[in-house]
Design a binder for this molecule. Structure first.
Ligand code: GLV
Ligand code: MN
Ligand code: MN
Ligand code: MN
Length: 425
């Protein structure tokens, strides 16, 4: 029987997709790095005797069927599913996504050993799932796989999304052997998911906050997911007059870079003035992008999050108004487009309670924790009961090479996940 620790599983992929320029990992969906992680997962699952398939939306499923099931397809309906994603942000950490996938495999090993010894009797099938483009780093829409599965994005819109090189999602999907006509809400696959549990690295200072740390300043190893902040992405395109950096007088410019720069400051001020809001500009793209060229257009991507979705909408409207005033002052124009939006999610309270009880077999206590980070579990929450487990991140930093998980905490996460799954199986 194959058994691995989560640390040995992560060690095996530690060299895949390292980004020499940015540091950390760049594992964009369907890049060589992400494809090789998918192959790694399929090999690990297959070695364990799990039956692996990839659905029409590019989600990988590894099935642990019920022993002796005569109608396997029927026995998979309402299964217990756990998993996460393998893609990363540009220059991301080692754990956001892969920790959940590796922990699912390691938890399966624990459960398979319990079943082999007669200590575990299952009432339903289990699957490990791997979702593509959770980060939206390549095509701009976060949780693209789970959004397609649930119909939260129109597949026609998804197929027309473009990456930075101009490739459409449809072309990339075709190049990876998928049928663009197959994308979209998939009732039969959704019917397979009875409950979904995602284990994930904690991505902020939640578990390191004073409310939870002991006298030595150490927070608890694990937390149970409570809510996900509503969040969305918008693009603000500032258009001006492209021109020559040397021949154009300072008084004779319509420079969209100036408008974008002032907009970044306005975003910061607007976000800071609203309790519990987060407003970020992490990406700017000047066109054409030359040192001696006044840009003709600057695209600016805005990420806004707040627990009250109406306040998120109000903040975006406010920023849009500021951007229009700034653009006019600089002799430019601005166009706002929404790229994606996810409502605030309250995870299933009954499931969260059950997780809290199961987790206490491994750790003394695991607080209920809200998060500002988006997850496929949040998208799936509109369809099925979902729950999340977070593993302590001593750095409190994520979407950065400094994201971190200690070996002992990762191991506790696997044992707790195994207990949670056992109790739900
Ligand atoms: C993804 O991790 C996000 O929250 O943006
Ligand atoms: Mn993630
Ligand atoms: Mn992430
Ligand atoms: Mn995420």
């Amino acid at each position: 029987m194959q058994t691995s620790t989560v640390n040995s599983l992560l060690a095996a992929i530690a060299d895949v997709g390292r980004d020499q320029k940015r540091g950390g990992y760049s594992r964009a969906v369907y890049s060589d790095a992400e494809l090789s992680l998918r192959e790694w997962f399929i090999a690990e699952a297959t070695t364990r005797g799990l039956e692996v398939s990839t659905d029409a939306n590019g989600i990988i499923w590894a099935w642990w069927d019920l022993p002796g099931a005569t109608d396997v397809a029927a026995s998979r309906r309402g299964a217990l599913v756990t998993g996460s994603h393998l893609d990363s942000v540009p220059g991301g950490g080692a754990f956001d996504g892969p920790l959940g996938v590796a922990s699912s495999l390691a938890a399966y090993d624990v459960l398979a050993a319990r079943e082999a010894s007669g200590a575990l009797l299952r009432n339903r099938a289990m699957a490990i799932s791997v979702f593509p483009e959770e980060e939206g780093s390549r095509f701009g829409v976060a949780c693209l796989g789970s959004r397609l599965l649930t119909g939260a994005i129109d597949p026609v819109r998804a197929l027309n999304l473009r990456d930075a090189a101009g490739n459409t999602f449809a072309d990339v999907a075709k190049a990876n052997g998928m049928d663009p006509a197959g994308f979209g809400r998939d009732e039969s696959t959704l019917g397979l998911i009875g409950d979904f549990i995602e284990l994930h690295v904690e991505q902020g200072k939640g578990l390191n906050s004073e409310a939870f740390t002991d006298a030595a300043g150490r927070g608890p190893a694990l937390a149970v997911g409570d809510t996900i902040l509503g969040h969305g992405r918008w693009k603000l395109s500032f258009t001006g007059q492209g021109n020559h950096a040397g021949t154009t007088l300072m008084s004779d410019r319509s420079d969209p870079m100036l408008a974008a720069a002032q907009c970044v400051v306005a975003v910061r001020q607007t976000g800071a003035a609203q309790d519990n809001a987060r407003a970020t500009v992490g990406r700017l793209e000047p066109v054409p992008g030359g040192t001696n060229v006044i840009a003709s257009r600057v695209d600016l991507w805005l990420d806004v999050r707040h627990p009250d979705d109406a306040i998120t909408a109000m903040l975006v409207e406010k920023i849009h108004g500021q951007a229009q005033r700034i653009a006019a002052l600089e002799g430019c124009s601005v166009l706002l487009t929404e790229e994606s939006f996810s409502n605030t999610v309250h995870f299933d309270p009954a499931l969260a309670k059950a997780l809290s009880v199961s987790v206490r077999r491994t750790v003394a206590d695991a607080p209920l924790l809200p998060t500002g980070a988006g997850h496929d579990a949040g998208v799936l929450a509109s369809e099925v009961p979902t729950g999340m487990l977070y593993v302590r991140n001593p750095s409190g930093i994520s979407h950065s090479p400094e994201e971190y998980v200690e070996n002992d905490d990762a191991h506790a996460g696997v044992l707790a996940l195994a207990d949670v799954l056992e109790d739900l199986l």
